[in-house]
Structure formats: structure tokens, C-alpha cells
Design a protein around this ligand. Structure first.
Ligand SMILES: [Zn+2]
Length: 376
């Protein structure tokens, strides 16, 4: 199919460049440099190990959607929920992606406004609007792999402010945060959370692809968020714990697979001695917004539990899986998370410290319908 041709070409170029260096579970790492992403002629006969299997799946994604574009598209989605035409934010972004060739420096609010108007008024369907766009299907699938699990229906606890027989002081500052007055509410909206708990300071900048030197020369395949030691780290999306334990690059790290298997979230350099939230185990289910661990500076050592990173920070990575052959090795696709994290800032998990254990626990539980299915 045409939509994957350009992508396949990029990957062929990378393979040909011989940059296939990522070691097993080197999640901090990159084998991919911007300059390697050059197109090559099709039919040079270059074989890609593992992926040149004739299967039709996406082999490369660059995620340059800006926070502003995500916010605007998301707002259209929210505003039209339950209406005759419900605008899907990922479809809107894929439309823009196809229009801009993925380059969101070209983003203009009016472009999205115009499209949203045509769709909302029923003048065209998304299929009709994008019929002449050669790469729409590619962007729909690529951006969908990043974003499709992040918005939907779910239930969440909220403070029971409407309760007439409770004084304000009885509600939220009860000693056990988990039993303060709360009530369940059905919600449609952003299910995914920001990776740092609410109220904890951090700093960051767009550092995707910058050079790293530990072990071997490579590029940074994630997003670093500098914070204080012990800052609670939050599960961005619900899923299964796939990896837990020491890795010479990531230190104490945890890897979580989304339920649909398309995203692998990687959280690394967690705290020395007590890296993880209590009860976290490989194969277990976590829900978006759960505390999963604590910021530290472990890693860059073959020896376990060693602080060998200069600065306390969370390394947050997001890998896309279109085919199982992309999980490990030369075919991994990691996407830039800086803009995504900015977008998720509106949804931070509130936590409370348990005095006896020193653990931080989320205050408001959620029921992700997908997680509930997985529990059954
Ligand atoms: Zn990092």
C-alpha cells in the first residue's frame, strides 16, 4: 500500500546506515539520528532484518503534533460529545498531519476551525474531507497509535461537595486520604495522566534525540523531567506491567504495555533503595493516574541499585508497536513526548502521603473500563 511506502523507505535507509546498535532493553537509547532519516530509492535490495517480512505495517512515526493543536482538537472532541456529529480529536489531528506533511510548525488554528465546521455541520464526513489526501490513513493510524487510548469514557472519584450534611472540614482532610468523602462520577474526556504527581515541581525542555555517550554513542529516546528525589511518578495510561527491575541504562525502571498493545511506556532512573510503589509487580495491572514509583538517579551501571546519573530526573519514554517485531532491536519506534507531556499537564494525579509507610497514594481512584475488563 502506498501509505506505508515513504515510511518503509525511511527504515530501509536507517538499516542501510548500519545504525542498528540498540542493545536489548536499552530503552534510554537511540539508534536513530535525524540525519539518518534520509529517503533512499526503493528497490535497492536493502534488507531490513526482522521487519522486511512483506507484512504491511507502519515502520516509522515522527510525532510533531504540538500541545496547542492537541488542546484545540481535544476541545472540539469534548464539545461535540453526545452531539449528532461527534468530532474525533485524533481524526482532526490526522487531517492536519496529512495536510502539513507532519510538520506542525505550519499549524494554524483556522485550519482546524474550518475543518471542524465542515464536519460538525454535516457538510462532509471525515472520509469525504480526506478523500484526496494520500497520507491521511497513515497519519490516522500513526497518531492513533499514540493517542487513541487517551480519551474516552470512564468513572472517577470526585470530592462529594454536594453533600448537604457534611461540613467542609470533614470532607477532604480526613486522616486517611482514601476514605475522605468522595463519590463516583461518569466522565468523558482525558483518561491519560501527566507522569508527575500534582503539586511536585519539575523542569524540562525538548530533549528528544539529543546525544548521549554512556555505553556507546546514541541519541536520547525519551523525555527527561528533572525533579526532587522521591517525587511520585504516575502511570500515564492504564496497562500491564511488562518490565520491572534493574537495567544498566535505565537503572530501576518500569515498562508498561497499554491494553491494546500499541504503546509501551518506559519510566526510568527511579529512586535508589525504594524505587517502586508498594505492590507493583510484573504482570500486574495499573490504572492511569496510579503512583508507580519515585524519581531518583539510578542507572548507568551494571551493578544494581547504584546512583550513577548526575541529576535527579524521570526518564519518560513512549514506544509504538505496530508489529511484535518492533518491540526490541533495530525496528523500535520511540516518539517525542515533550509536547504530549505539556498537553497532559491539565490532568495531574492528586496524591497523599501515608505517614506510616511513607508511600504516596492517589486520592481519587478511577475505573478505566478497559482495566475493568482485564480484571475480570
Ligand atoms: Zn532520559
Amino acid at each position: 500500500m502506498k501509505k506505508h511506502t515513504a515510511v518503509a523507505l525511511l527504515c530501509t535507509a536507517i538499516a542501510a546506515a548500519g545504525l542498528l546498535l540498540a542493545p536489548k532493553d536499552g530503552r534510554e537509547l537511540s539508534y536513530m539520528s535525524g540525519t539518518a532519516q534520509k529517503r533512499e530509492n526503493e528497490g535497492t535490495g536493502t534488507k531490513r532484518k526482522g521487519a522486511d517480512d512483506g507484512k504491511d505495517y507502519i515502520k516509522w512515526v515522527e510525532f510533531h503534533v504540538t500541545c496547542d493543536a492537541m488542546k484545540q482538537a481535544y476541545q472540539y472532541d469534548l464539545d461535540t460529545y453526545g452531539k449528532e456529529v461527534h468530532l474525533n480529536w485524533v481524526e482532526l489531528l490526522a487531517y492536519l498531519g496529512a495536510r502539513y506533511g507532519g510538520d506542525f510548525t505550519r499549524y494554524k488554528e483556522e485550519d482546524l476551525e474550518d475543518a471542524a465546521k465542515v464536519l460538525a455541520e454535516g457538510k462532509k464526513t471525515i472520509g469525504e474531507l480526506t478523500a484526496d489526501m494520500q497520507y491521511y490513513e497513515y497519519y490516522r493510524e500513526a497518531y492513533g497509535a499514540v493517542l487513541d487510548g487517551m480519551v474516552g469514557e470512564y468513572e472517577v472519584e470526585v470530592s462529594a461537595e454536594g453533600e448537604p450534611d457534611k461540613k467542609e472540614s470533614d470532607k477532604m482532610d480526613s486522616k486517611e486520604g482514601g476514605t475522605a468523602e468522595k463519590t463516583w462520577k461518569k466522565v468523558y474526556g482525558l483518561k491519560a495522566f501527566h507522569p508527575i504527581a500534582k503539586g511536585f515541581p519539575y523542569s524540562d525542555y525538548d530533549d528528544f534525540g539529543v546525544s548521549r555517550t554512556y555505553g556507546y554513542k546514541r541519541n536520547h529516546l525519551g523525555h527527561d523531567m528533572m525533579g526532587q528525589v522521591g517525587t511520585p511518578v504516575i502511570a500515564v495510561e492504564s496497562g500491564y506491567v511488562a518490565e520491572l527491575g534493574w537495567n544498566q541504562y535505565g537503572g530501576w525502571r518500569v515498562g508498561i504495555n497499554s491494553f491494546d498493545g500499541k504503546r509501551y511506556y518506559y519510566y526510568a532512573h527511579l529512586r535508589k533503595d525504594r524505587p517502586y510503589a508498594e505492590g507493583l509487580k510484573k504482570g500486574g495491572v495499573v490504572q492511569a493516574g496510579d503512583v508507580i514509583g519515585y524519581i531518583g538517579r539510578t542507572g548507568y551501571s551494571r551493578e544494581e541499585n547504584v546512583n550513577n546519573i548526575d541529576e535527579y530526573h524521570l526518564h519518560f519514554g513512549l514506544q509504538l508497536i505496530f508489529d511484535e517485531s518492533q518491540r526490541e532491536g533495530s525496528n523500535e519506534i520511540w516518539v517525542s513526548c515533550y509536547e504530549l507531556v505539556r498537553f497532559l499537564y491539565q490532568h495531574q494525579s492528586e496524591v497523599l502521603r501515608e505517614d506510616e509507610t511513607g508511600e504516596w497514594l492517589r486520592i481519587y481512584q478511577m475505573k478505566d473500563p478497559q482495566a475493568c475488563i482485564e480484571f475480570d
